[in-house]
Design a protein around this ligand. Structure first.
Ligand code: AMP
Length: 190
C-alpha cells in the first residue's frame, strides 16, 4: 500500500494507525531522513541540505534508500509506504523495484485537504514540535511541489484503478475510521 497526501494532511499519523491496525510495517521516507539527520550520518548530512528548504532529496539518494528498505525482512510480506513516490520518476523506480521481485501494489490511498487548512495545521505543528521545515515560506514551497509533482503521481495510480481518496479534514479519529473503511472497501474490490 501507499499513502499519499500533501504536507500537513496527517498521512504520517494515519500511516502509523493503519500499521498498528492491520499489522503491516509503515515506512516513511521523511522519518528515515529525519533519523539520519539526527544521527548525523552521511545520508542525513546530504538530505538535510534539501529538507530544510522543503526541496526533494535527489532521486540518486532517495531511490537507493527505498530499494534497500523494501528488501528488509519486515517488508517482504507487505508494506505501507508513506512519502514515496513523490514524482513520476519515482513511480517508475518503484514499479521496477516491485516488478523485479514479482510484487505489486494493492491500494494507493490519497488523503485530501485544501491548502488553507494545511498551512494552518503546519504552522500549528511548527509551534509544537519545531520541525526545521515547518516555517511559512518552506511550507508553501512544499505545497507547491506537491501540486506540481505529486498530483501527477496520484493521477497515474488513478489511471491504474488502484486509487482510493479519503477526506483528510476532520478529527484524527474520524479520519482514521474513514481510512480503514476505504482500505476495507478497496481490498474487497481487489
Ligand atoms: P515528509 O515527512 O514526508 O513530509 O518528508 C520530509 C522531507 O523529506 C521532504 O520535504 C523531502 O525533503 C524529504 N523527502 C521525503 N520523501 C521524499 C521523496 N520521496 N523524495 C524526495 N524527498 C523526500
Amino acid at each position: 500500500m501507499l499513502i499519499i497526501g500533501p504536507p500537513g494532511s496527517g498521512k504520517g499519523t494515519q500511516a502509523e494507525r493503519i500499521s498498528a491496525r492491520l499489522g503491516v510495517v509503515a515506512i516513511s521516507t521523511g522519518d528515515i531522513f529525519r533519523a539520519n539527520v539526527k544521527g548525523e550520518t552521511a545520508l542525513g548530512l546530504e538530505a538535510r541540505k534539501y529538507m530544510d528548504n522543503g526541496d526533494f532529496v535527489p532521486d540518486s539518494v532517495t531511490n537507493k534508500m527505498v530499494r534497500e528498505r523494501l528488501q528488509q525482512q519486515d517488508a517482504l510480506e507487505g508494506f505501507l509506504l508513506d512519502g514515496y513516490p513523490r514524482t513520476t520518476a519515482q513511480v517508475q523506480e518503484l514499479d521496477d523495484i516491485l516488478a523485479a521481485e514479482d510484487r505489486k501494489l494493492d491500494v494507493v490511498l490519497q488523503l485530501t485537504a485544501d491548502d488553507a487548512e494545511l498551512v494552518k495545521r503546519l504552522l500549528g505543528r511548527a509551534k509544537d514540535d519545531g520541525r526545521s521545515d515547518d516555517n511559512e515560506t518552506v511550507i508553501r514551497h512544499r505545497l507547491d511541489l506537491y501540486h506540481e509533482q505529486t498530483e501527477a503521481v496520484v493521477g497515474k495510480y488513478a489511471d491504474r484503478g488502484i486509487l482510493t481518496q479519503v477526506d483528510g479534514i476532520g478529527a484524527m479519529d474520524v479520519v482514521t475510521d474513514r481510512v480503514l473503511r476505504a482500505i476495507e472497501k478497496a481490498r474487497a474490490a481487489y
